[in-house]
Design a protein around this ligand. Structure first.
Ligand code: G3I
Length: 304
């Protein structure tokens, strides 16, 4: 293949990017998006603060701009994210207990119902585990409603859109460590009890303090062996030149080596589109030129 999306499709996979609605009027951005990618993840537009700014009042206008653009240009959509401790609207931040649990469940149901049939996979729950060596759940208002909040969210999502794959998504779970072990145990438990979960997303935000783990492929494989798909959901790698290119190549080859790794999403198009305040973590430079990391990624998708 000569583009990321077409090359990934040759092995039945997708290659996606985070998309920001306010950049859909940037012709350079849209040109690269339409040429290279066949999956789109709204970067912020499907989050709770964006879709339910007041309780019970849903606003899908910016998310719809992305979904409509994707559909019109042959891309599928990864939904991100239904239940998360961060980017909650103020009204939800002020709730607790039963009121918050009901608001969360209603939010999952409403959003997944609105987009029924249009979403390849939902990040149903995002970032619910703590960093560090405890393997504990992250303390949050959602967690304080009861440890079963995650499975409640998954069951609500399944009921609302039975055709969407339902994912758990997190960061610093890319290698084998206490945090990923805890997620692994949760997935194993969900599979054994019939809680509906189809996939696990590995965000894969890498930098010098958090490099591509040596056991990255082995970690993807052990989750796949539980009977879920795995996806690389928010890939970006700090650095430049050959070192960055080699790291991208290695990540892509790891996915291709795992049959249930169904696709890769980078977290933005140009370096200037990155959530990182500074740095050059993406595949295109600020002018939209292909970087060495682009070429090494394309080569890996084509078996090199
Ligand atoms: O839209 C407002 C704008 O109206 C306001 O003027 C401006 C002033 O700060 O803020 C704008 O909102 C910002 C939003 O991005 C849109 O640009 C928020 O402040 C900012 O916090 C938000 O950052 C996003 C971040 O998630 C929030 O947690 C990043 O764009 C987004 O890339 C990032 O993505 C996350 C994933 O969802 C989950 N995994 C980690 C990843 C990177 O942090």
């Amino acid at each position: 293949g000569t583009t990321l999306g077409a090359s990934a499709a040759e092995s039945g996979r997708y290659f996606g990017t985070a998309v920001a609605a306010n950049k859909l009027s940037d012709s350079t951005y849209v040109g690269i998006l339409n040429r290279e990618f066949n999956m789109a993840t709204p970067e912020n537009e499907m989050k709770w603060d964006a879709t339910e700014p007041s309780q019970g009042q849903f606003n899908y206008s910016n998310a719809d701009r992305i979904v409509n653009h994707a559909q019109a240009n042959g891309m599928r959509v990864r939904g991100h994210a239904l239940a998360w401790h961060s980017q909650q609207p103020g009204w939800a931040q002020n709730l607790s207990g039963t009121a918050l649990r009901q608001a969360m469940t209603n939010h999952v149901t409403q959003v997944a119902t609105y987009y029924k049939g249009k979403i390849y996979a939902w990040d149903v729950v995002n970032e619910a585990f703590a960093d560090g060596g405890t393997g504990a759940r992250r303390d949050s208002n959602l967690q304080r409603t009861g440890n079963d909040w995650i499975e409640v969210a998954f069951r609500a999502a399944r009921a609302a859109d039975p055709g969407a794959k339902l994912c758990y998504n997190d960061y610093n779970t890319d290698g084998q460590n206490a945090k990923s072990n805890a997620v692994y145990a949760m997935v194993q438990d969900f599979k054994s009890r019939g809680v509906p979960i189809d996939c696990v997303g590995f965000q894969s935000h890498f930098n010098s303090a958090s490099p591509v783990p040596s056991d990255y492929q082995a970690n993807l494989q052990r989750f796949a062996n539980l009977g879920v798909d795995v996806q690389i959901t928010e890939l970006d790698i700090e650095g430049s030149g050959t070192a960055q290119a080699d790291n991208y190549n290695r990540v892509v080859r790891a996915c291709l080596a795992v049959s249930r790794c169904t696709g890769i999403t980078v977290w933005g198009i140009r370096d200037s589109d990155s959530w990182r305040a500074s740095g050059t973590p993406l595949l295109f430079d600020g002018s939209g030129n292909k970087k060495a990391a682009y070429t090494s990624t394309l080569n890996a998708l084509n078996g090199g």
